[in-house]
Design a protein around this ligand. Structure first.
Ligand code: N7H
Length: 477
């Protein structure tokens, strides 16, 4: 049954665009700035503010789309009042690099190895510009840089480019060759269709849409709680958080691993790749198409998310427990009847990612180019959502199934872990009939190259953050 878009209960003209609905354009630039003085910072926000795309008008947006976000040191550099600053959640105040131990950013993914200045405290402002045509992108970027110069002490300290692979590959494809962006939360009250399987599974069957409060501050979340932090109504209302991660992909290593290990699934390389992700490269879910790819299923939003794992795939014979999508969205794992105690809707993230670096043609030798994705996760609660998914669901071993050294092969840390006397190498287990095929020494296919947590305020809050410090409307309360 086609699902109708839910009526917006939120004033979308006050919410930044690209969060609930992707901009669906090919090119992007991430511009990161450092603020040298409160006045310059506020002047810059005022200058850029008219270009910020709002969620209501994003379809009509001309040529380019633009988002604006701030780290906690960035809000401090803008002169946000101490009481409001101090009331932000601890994970946002600390920033992503300081959370590395918890997130599993170790070995080559440790902050000391990141591309400078990503993760450094001097990163204050994030400006994302997106466009369908490279010339529009460059034009807007140059304008933003001119605004920074005119504002005074604002310095561009880092620039990152992203782009789809063009018509030769489907636009949403990433470097390992998978369609990306299919499993997204179906959110209530933002005017987007809620397709079957995108909400929270109900005990007796069916799905309920995810409350908008899981993604925007100011509304009840999955547990009925409405965020009270930061302690500034203007800043808080209709704001959200974004976890940005620059994730480098080792495509040659991934392809070699598939070639070398496909024998564990009868020599079918595509099947092994699908077992690691939980979807075929087309995007068809393995749970519904366990033996062969089904591109028609992949392309049908009424069906491509409409599945659960536990009722008929408890052992993981179709979708292994450690596959990327079973870990990052366990769906019915936490229903009461499966001894779950949490609301799975409370731990979802909205992903908006774009590749960087050139596509490596199939069969090509390593070309030493850097490639990966600019990963963005939007959520109202970084600790309960992004951090639970990254640290607990992808990063930890899967003790409850006896898979004590298994990891998410895509997004987990594959470093050897445990005490010196009992080192555990990362494994990936594929149940087959009565047996389990275990792949040992899972290499690292994805390395974190940087990232941070950003607050993405409402349009009204941006007005307040751009107001001169002595202006009466400088409202952060
Ligand atoms: Fe993942 N990939 O291309 O292999 N991801 N991911 N991811 N991911 C998903 O459903 C990928 C990463 C999630 O609702 C698919 O869109 C890559 C991180 C979630 O069923 C594919 C990287 C985190 C889902 C990939 C990467 C997540 C998901 C299937 C890093 C969270 C939805 C297509 C380079 C911390 C699950 C789709 C659901 C799906 C890939 C990273 C989370 C193909 C290459 C770091 C929640």
């Amino acid at each position: 049954m086609p699902q109708t878009p839910t009526q917006p209960a939120v004033d979308l003209s006050d919410v930044q665009g690209g969060i609930f609905k992707d901009y669906e354009v090919e090119f992007e630039k991430h511009l990161f700035f450092a603020i040298g003085s409160v006045d310059a910072g506020r002047a810059f926000v005022r200058a850029v503010r008219p270009w910020v795309t709002n969620a209501k008008a994003q379809e009509q947006a001309a040529d380019t789309r633009l988002n604006l976000g701030f780290t906690w040191p960035g809000l401090d550099a803008l002169g946000v009042e101490d009481a409001a600053l101090a009331s932000f959640p601890v994970e946002f105040r600390e920033g992503m690099a300081a959370r590395a131990g918890l997130l599993g950013d170790n070995g080559p993914s440790a902050p000391g190895q990141w591309d400078p200045p990503l993760g450094e405290r001097k990163l204050h402002v994030w400006v994302l510009v997106q466009a369908a045509r490279p010339e529009d992108l460059t034009g807007r970027r140059d304008e933003v840089l001119a605004m920074a110069r005119a504002s005074g002490a604002i310095e561009l300290i880092c620039e990152q480019d992203g782009a789809g692979f063009g018509p030769a590959h489907a636009p949403a494809r990433e470097h390992f060759g998978f369609m990306d962006g299919i499993g997204q939360p179906g959110v209530e009250g933002v005017g987007c269709p809620v397709h079957p399987g995108t909400g929270t599974p109900r005990e007796g069957g069916g799905w309920v849409p995810i409350p908008v409060g899981c993604f925007l501050l100011g509304y009840p979340d999955a547990y009925g709680r409405t965020a009270t932090r930061p302690k500034s109504d203007v800043l808080r209302h209709n704001g959200t958080y974004m976890a940005y991660r620059k994730l480098e992909q080792d495509v040659v290593r991934f392809r070699d691993f598939i070639d070398a290990n496909a024998h564990v699934v009868g020599g079918d390389k595509e099947l092994l790749a699908a077992k690691m992700v939980g979807r075929w490269r087309s995007g068809a879910p393995l749970e519904l198409a366990p033996d062969r790819d089904d591109p028609a299923l992949a392309a049908d939003p009424q069906r491509n998310n409409d599945f659960r794992y536990f009722d008929d795939d408890r052992r993981g014979e179709k979708v292994p427990h450690s596959s990327h999508i079973r870990r990052t969205n366990p769906r019915d794992r936490f229903l009461e009847k499966h001894a779950g105690v949490i609301d799975p809707g409370a731990h979802r993230i909205i992903r908006r990612s774009k590749p960087y670096g050139p596509w490596l043609p199939e069969g090509a030798e390593d070309d030493d180019e850097r490639r990966g994705i600019h990963f963005r996760a939007f959520n109202a609660n970084l600790m309960d959502q992004f951090e639970v998914v990254q640290a607990v669901w992808t990063g930890s071993a899967n003790e409850s199934f006896g898979l004590s050294s298994d990891r998410d092969p895509i997004a987990g840390s594959n470093e050897t872990m445990g005490p010196e006397s009992r080192r555990l190498q990362a494994t990936f287990s594929i149940p087959r009939g009565q047996c389990v095929a275990t792949l040992y020494d899972l290499p690292r296919f994805v390395t974190v190259k940087g990232g941070d947590y950003f607050f993405v305020p409402s349009l009204k809050a941006l007005d307040s953050l751009g107001a001169p410090v002595d202006a009466p409307e400088r409202g952060t309360r």
